[in-house]
Write a protein that binds this ligand. Structure first.
Ligand code: NAD
Ligand code: TYD
Length: 364
């Protein structure tokens, strides 16, 4: 399958590029990415004979149509988005522009392409979405199912809900073969250090405070990124057009539990490898990393959703999807990746990164 991967220089998109190359022995991989602050060329293979990287915008209809035609694309995996809830609170318009209008333009380019004589049969449009479209759960509520009514609470979630509805409508009205996956919070390699887990890891290494919003009792269902990529691949290969699949990690934890586990894993890593101390002299000694020491409770996020949880029974039943990582094994791999790849995270934490961190935490 020749595949177009939008947002392939971002966190999940880049992991999906590696995953797809490992699973699909033939076919072209075209990555279309605008390289916003969240996209990084360093997250992709520097030079791969099957990968074409194009810096461009999903809202550029003519560009997308040309890529579809020139590379005879047979499937689109759509990751490109503005993805950070905190940024959507400070500047919602970009989110509607990219997530809603961008998805519309992409769908329209696919529709135009499929009107070409000789367009590939079996074309698939896969849309990557989030569990945040379902709103917030109370402690005793059952996890989100595909039939849970939409109730987005943040500008980000509202813009993703809009994109999901567009994808559904393009299937229903124009017969485009679409699938959608709604997944829980991902973590793993190439995760930009403004999101909780990589931010905490980088702050531990710098000996900086670990900012926890509000009481830290918010619950997320953590999903190792490669498990997610496998779920997406299964949806593309086996999913039924028009269907939606929830992908989760079976790992509900509070934010405080996550932060404490990361402190413990980092202390363990330093105990195992004495050379880490030389490379990260600002990292506190193990006794000072004991749960709680660096944690700083900061003002809560406005409208902060209390709990997300995914029921992935449909994906298991119909696609054979099951997560393979436990939270402990996935977090241990992630800590190891951040310890080995300081060059990557140092490169992405440029001036605009520091400006954002200053602004976000100053507003709290
Ligand atoms: P990310 O912010 O790391 O990456 C987004 C990528 O999209 C970046 O490379 C960026 O340059 C690119 N992009 C942004 N606007 C673009 C445009 N107009 N044209 C082309 N490229 C553009 O996001 P992520 O965490 O990798 O998320 C990928 C997808 O998965 C998103 O659609 C997101 O909503 C969804 N999702 C993410 C999570 C998560 O935990 N990270 C959870 C559920 C769903
Ligand atoms: P985040 O990684 O931004 O993902 P999302 O908002 O999509 O769930 O945040 C995960 C959780 O961690 C969320 O409840 C907000 C919280 N959080 C903090 O407590 N401190 C932080 O500095 C950040 C970035 C997030």
């Amino acid at each position: 399958m020749n595949i177009l991967i939008t947002g392939g220089a971002g966190f999940i998109g880049s992991n999906f590029v590696y995953h797809w190359l490992g699973q699909e022995p033939v076919g072209r991989v075209v990555v279309l990415d605008a390289l916003t602050y969240a996209g990084n060329r360093l997250s992709l293979p520097p030079d791969h004979p099957r990968v074409t990287f194009v810096r461009g915008d999903i809202r550029d209809h003519d560009l997308v149509l040309r890529l579809l035609r020139d590379h005879r694309i047979e499937g689109v995996a759509h990751f490109a988005a503005e993805s950070h809830v905190d940024r959507s609170i400070l500047g919602p318009e970009t989110f509607l522009d990219t997530n809603a209008l961008g998805t519309l333009r992409l769908l329209e380019a696919c529709r135009a392409y499929l009107q070409d004589t000789g367009a590939p049969a079996g074309f698939r449009f896969h849309h990557v979405s989030t569990d945040e479209v379902y709103g917030s759960l109370n402690p005793d509520d059952p996890p989100f199912e595909e039939t849970t009514p939409y109730a987005p609470n943040s500008p980000y979630a509202a813009s993703k809900a809009a994109s999901d509805h567009l994808v559904r409508a393009w299937h229903h009205t124009y017969g485009l073969a679409t699938t959608i996956t709604n997944c829980s919070n991902n973590y793993g390699p190439y995760h930009f250090p403004e999101k909780l887990i990589p931010l905490i890891l980088v702050n531990i290494l710098h000996g900086r405070p670990l900012p926890v919003y509000g009481d830290g009792q918010q619950v997320r269902d953590w999903l190792y990124v490669d498990d997610h990529c496998r779920g997406i691949e299964l949806a593309i290969r086996k999913g039924v057009p028009g269907e939606v699949y929830n992908i989760g990690g079976n790992n509900e934890r509070t934010n405080l539990e996550i932060v404490n586990t990361l402190c413990q894993l980092m202390a363990d890593a330093f105990a195992m490898d004495p050379t880490l101390r030389e490379r990260h002299p600002a990292c506190p000694a193990a006794r000072d990393l004991h749960p709680g020491t660096l944690i700083t409770h900061v003002a809560d996020r406005p409208g902060h959703d209390r709990r997300y949880a995914i029921n992935a029974a449909k994906a298991k039943r119909e696609l054979g999807y099951e997560p393979s990582e436990t939270l402990q094994s996935g977090l241990a791999k992630t800590v190891e990746w951040y310890l080995r790849n300081q060059a990557w995270w140092t490169a992405v934490m440029d001036g605009s990164y520091r400006e954002w961190i200053g602004k976000n935490y100053a507003e709290r």
